[in-house]
Design a binder for this molecule. Structure first.
Ligand SMILES: [Zn+2]
Length: 162
């Protein structure tokens, strides 16, 4: 159980949330969709157990329209360890759709961001689609310019480090 607790997602980095809000606004009126990656809280300067969402990985070739976003599943790295997902609802409804619920089973936290994409226009859900808490944390993230430029080499390096 100790392992389970330490892998719990306790929050999202404030900069990462702002990035997702901006990306959702840029993608409007279509849906934005990405996967959430976590980092150990203590590695980003937060003195707590658990994981903090620090990265968003957008799968190349993701197609979106105002009602849905379709991820090309053959483009998802086999070794991708996502802690959950984030997507936007251009209609502003902060509730998972039936289609969303069908995908929430993998990953423990799923964020829905709604129009008009302000700091208050989002909600986190668990794998059952129930609302859950997700703290917004001041994490020490690497330089944002390179941080979201995610390559296979980065993924390989991360795997080697573990
Ligand atoms: Zn949705």
């Amino acid at each position: 159980m100790g392992l389970f607790r330490s892998n719990r997602v306790i929050g999202i980095a404030a900069d990462t949330l702002d990035f997702a809000l901006d990306a959702s606004e840029d993608t409007h009126p279509n849906e934005y969709m990405g996967f959430l990656r976590g980092e150990r809280a203590r590695r980003v300067g937060i003195d707590r157990d658990g994981l903090v969402v620090t990265d968003i990985l957008v799968i190349p070739g993701t197609e979106s329209n105002p009602m849905s976003a379709t991820v090309k599943s053959n483009m998802i790295p086999n070794d991708m360890k996502a802690v959950g997902s984030v997507h936007s609802h251009p209609n502003g409804v902060l509730k998972p759709s039936d289609a969303d619920l069908a995908t929430f089973g993998s990953g423990e936290v799923h964020i829905i961001i709604g129009y008009p994409y302000r700091r208050s226009d989002w909600q986190a859900f668990d794998r059952d689609g129930e609302e859950r808490e997700l703290d917004v944390l001041d994490a020490d993230l690497p330089d944002a310019d390179t941080f979201f430029d995610f390559t296979q080499a980065d993924i390989d390096k991360e795997l080697r480090d573990e």
